[in-house]
Design a protein. Sequence first.
Lengths: 116, 112
Amino acid sequence: EAGVAQSPRYKIIEKRQSVAFWCNPISGHATLYWYQQILGQGPKLLIQFQNNGVVDDSQLPKDRFSAERLKGVDSTLKIQPAKLEDSAVYLCASSTIQGLNTGELFFGEGSRLTVL
Amino acid sequence: KQEVTQIPAALSVPEGENLVLNCSFTDSAIYNLQWFRQDPGKGLTSLLLIQSSQREQTSGRLNASLDKSSGRSTLYIAASQPGDSATYLCAVRNTGGFKTIFGAGTRLFVKA
C-alpha cells in the first residue's frame, strides 16, 4: 500500500515569493491534514479536511496561506507572500474517518521550506 | 483547549538501559493517543496507537500506557539501542472536532 506522498521535498525561496506544496493521501483516507513543524517544536495543525470540506483552519494564517482539496483526494498548500518565519517543514497526514476506524494518522516525508 | 506536554525535552542514556518517556494532556475527552518517532530530516513514523478504551499497547521493545483520568501516557523502551536515537512525539486526538494535538517531543540519544 502506497503511503502519503508529498512534493517537493525541499524548496528555497526568497521572502515575498510564493510557494506551493502538494500532498496525495493514502487511498481511501477521507481526512487530510497539513501541519507546520518549526525546528525543535512539535507539529502544529494548519488545516484539516474531511473529503473536500474544511473541518478546522483556525490556525491557518489566512492572509498568506491557502489550501484546497477540490476533489476530496490530493491537496495543495500555498504560501503567498512568504515570510522568514515560514521556514519550516510542512507535513501532510491522512487518516480514515474517526468513529469508523482507529483514526490512526499516517504522515508523508514532509516538504522543507527555507525562506531567505 | 487541549495542551500536550512531553517530559523530558531531551534524554541521553547508555545503551541497554530501560527508559520511560512521559506525555501529559489537559483534556481527558480523547479519541486516541499516538506515539511517533521522527528521525532528523524525516517525517513521522507511527509507533503505537492507543484507543481511549485501552490501557496499553505493545510492539516489540516498546510499551505505551494510557491513563485518561490523570491525563498521562508513558512510552517505555526496553533495552535501548543506538538505533533508538530519535525524537519521540506524543499526539492526542480529541473526540470533539477531531483535532490531533502534538507535544514538542523528547529527543533521545542512546550512547554506544
